[in-house]
Design a protein around this ligand. Sequence first.
Ligand code: SF4
Length: 400
Amino acid sequence: GQCITHCPTGALRERDDVMRVYDALADPDVTTIVQIAPSVRTSWAEHWGLSDEKATIQHMVAALRPMGFDYIVNTDFSADLTIMEEGTELLEHMRRNANGGSGFPMFTSCCPGWVRFVKAHYPELVDDVSTSKSPQQMFGAVVKSYYAEMLGIDPHKIFSLSIMPCVAKKAECAYPNMNDACGDPDVDCVLTVREVSRMLRADHVDVANLEPEPFDEPLGYGTGAGIIFGATGGVMEAALRTAYHIVTGKVPKDDMFDEVRGLRGWKEATFDMDGTKVRVAVASGLQNAKDLCDAIVSGEVSYDFVEVMACPGGCVGGGGQPIHDGEELAGPRGKVLYGLDRVAKYRNSYENPDIVRCYKEYFGEPLSERAEKLLHTDQHGWMMPAEWIRQAEEAPAAGE
Ligand code: SF4
């Protein structure tokens, strides 16, 4: 009991949702759409000890297909969408600060463990947390609007599921400020990698002998920038690539923002975008987040953009990933993501053909009225109840 209520990331609030998924799969009136998060591609088959070549994301699609999901889509796509919105928002935030704004940096919002933490401990910073929904929530919102229209399905009959490295994502999808235009949740249910692994075993899927299969189209494609979301510093690097393009009109040179990579708990760098200086910091683990926020609030340090991930190493080290006693796998899993980014056909979110199509056909442009309505949220729309804050304050910070 104590641990469950005290865990600031929600990672100890584990709940098994497998039966809800089987129920949805068995209901002929329901269309099941499942999205798979970036970091899951490095870890989903660890239970079977397969080589990287036999355990790609396309093999995972093939493993899920016979279970009866109607559509299998790629959260990397909505990671790219998040970057389009958040990169544009960052430039607005910097403009506001140049004209007497809060003076605080803009903080990323894709990690619910961090968002809960900032709401509990640093309410004065909540106005500076990006309003962009996380990739999980953005995909859910797209699935129940644009995608539903395209497929001619009633959004009320969609069961929107995500496979995540994270237990806090189960709480995120249930927040009242994470609903679609009709007031339904963007995402109905979240499974961790461990739950999916249990389902594959229960269904006797022959995981070692799968023929790779592609994601369902459209909206199946994610760039290298979307893939690296799963590692600490990845969101920052992805956002900088697109912000650079917006500011300079140029294509960023390969790996020009790689200073923000690596497992150090608090990293910082300054980049020059043709005369616009962008000062950034990246933290993973909540003790590092606390040190960073204290330094920001006291004025000891000053940045334009800050990425925080609650789990040390980012989602590759997430609380819903497979657990191997005594082994820390955030580093090797992160390397796989950067390897996939290196060989990706497109490495910048703004180049993603599915993203280009999605803005052309549906959203218009980043921060448009429709994008604000579906892809953004009011960070004050759900605040931590006072009792939870008191309990969180009495508990030691995670990620130390
Ligand atoms: Fe979830 Fe951890 Fe990733 Fe945050 S860093 S989204 S808590 S897995």
